[in-house]
Design a protein around this ligand. Structure first.
Ligand code: ACO
Ligand code: ZN
Length: 281
């Protein structure tokens, strides 16, 4: 049994076709058994149905009437749009997205009930439709104050700032909910790099502008970043001192500037005035 399990976990699908991209996959994803013999899968970029052959996809594209993800468009700025998809209302879409995402996510078990999740799909839109560049998922109710379960930027779109946009977006939703949030653990290496970058930039920018003392609690209230993540970030930047039994933030402007420069580009900004959303109830 053990051997069989290991064997079935070997990456089977080597490439996928999605929209105008052919993408090499990274990891195993548990597609239904009838796809076990496939090395390539063809995805409809809008409904995310997947097929074994190109001709099937071409036939599908002639009758698929979606031109964007199902669900509500909750953000639009320029050519960027964000759609919110309820896994309960769009079960097949949610499942398809999980199969697709697992191809690029290593240590995540994605196959809980999609019913319990909302999916936030980021798209670049043109006259042919809204093309998914990435997404994140979020539990409708999280006991652990997770504001993001899984995050993915599709490989052709990586390193262009979309990951930072998705992370920033997840915190904007938390702010609207009046809650602090944190990503579900474990984080991948790329996930950790992206979060560290986001936390560093957001916190340093506040510290730079702020006059006088500021506490971790205040920073957390302003940013919706969980206090623990703030403490860890500032500690790794060596901006925390421990005095008389208390953590004190030491924000020498020169040191802040040096860290900010090292933190890299800010990425695509979320324009909160373009977010039209009310928390899930
Ligand atoms: N090498 C080095 N640093 C990188 C790399 C890389 N390949 N990719 C991202 N980074 C770091 C950089 O610091 C980068 O900032 P910079 O470009 O200013 O230097 C920062 O992360 C974020 O870059 P973005 O362009 O905003 O992020 P991107 O759109 O590439 O998305 C993401 C980041 C979502 C983590 C992407 O790499 C991805 O989808 N990876 C596969 C799936 C994954 O690992 N997801 C996270 C799992 S953990 C979780 O889901 C809770
Ligand atoms: Zn379709």
């Amino acid at each position: 049994l053990r051997e069989h399990e290991e064997f079935t976990k070997v990456k089977n699908i080597a490439t996928i076709e999605l929209g105008r991209y052919e993408i090499e996959t990274w990891y195993f994803s548990p597609f239904p058994p009838e796809y076990n013999d496939c090395v390539k899968l063809f995805f409809c970029e809008f409904c995310l149905n997947f097929m074994k052959r190109k001709e099937q996809l071409q036939r599908h594209m002639r009758k698929c009437d979606l031109k964007h993800p199902p669900g509500d468009e909750i953000y639009r700025s320029g050519t960027l749009s964000m759609f919110e998809v309820d896994g309960k209302k769009n079960k097949v879409y949610g499942q398809n997205l999980c199969y697709l995402a697992k191809l690029f996510l290593d240590h995540k078990t994605l196959y809980y009930d999609v019913d319990l999740f909302l999916f936030y799909i980021l798209c670049e839109c043109d006259d042919r439709g809204c093309h998914m560049v990435g997404y994140f998922s979020k539990e409708k109710h999280s006991e652990e104050s997770y504001n993001l379960a899984c995050i993915l930027t599709l490989p052709p779109y990586q390193r262009k700032g979309y990951g930072k946009f998705l992370i920033a977006f997840s915190y904007e939703l938390s702010k609207k909910e009046g809650k602090v949030g944190t990503p579900e653990r474990p984080l991948s290496d790329l996930g950790m790099l992206s979060y560290r970058g986001y936390w560093t930039r957001v916190l340093l920018e506040i510290l730079k502008k702020h006059k006088g003392n500021i506490s971790i609690k205040e920073l957390s209230d302003m940013t919706a970043i969980k206090a623990e993540d703030i403490l860890n970030t500032l500690q790794s930047l060596e901006l925390i001192q421990y005095r008389k039994g208390q953590h004190v933030i030491c924000a020498d402007p020169k040191v802040l500037d040096r860290h900010l420069k090292a933190a890299g580009r800010g990425g695509l900004e979320v324009d909160v005035s373009k977010l039209i959303w009310t928390p899930y109830k």
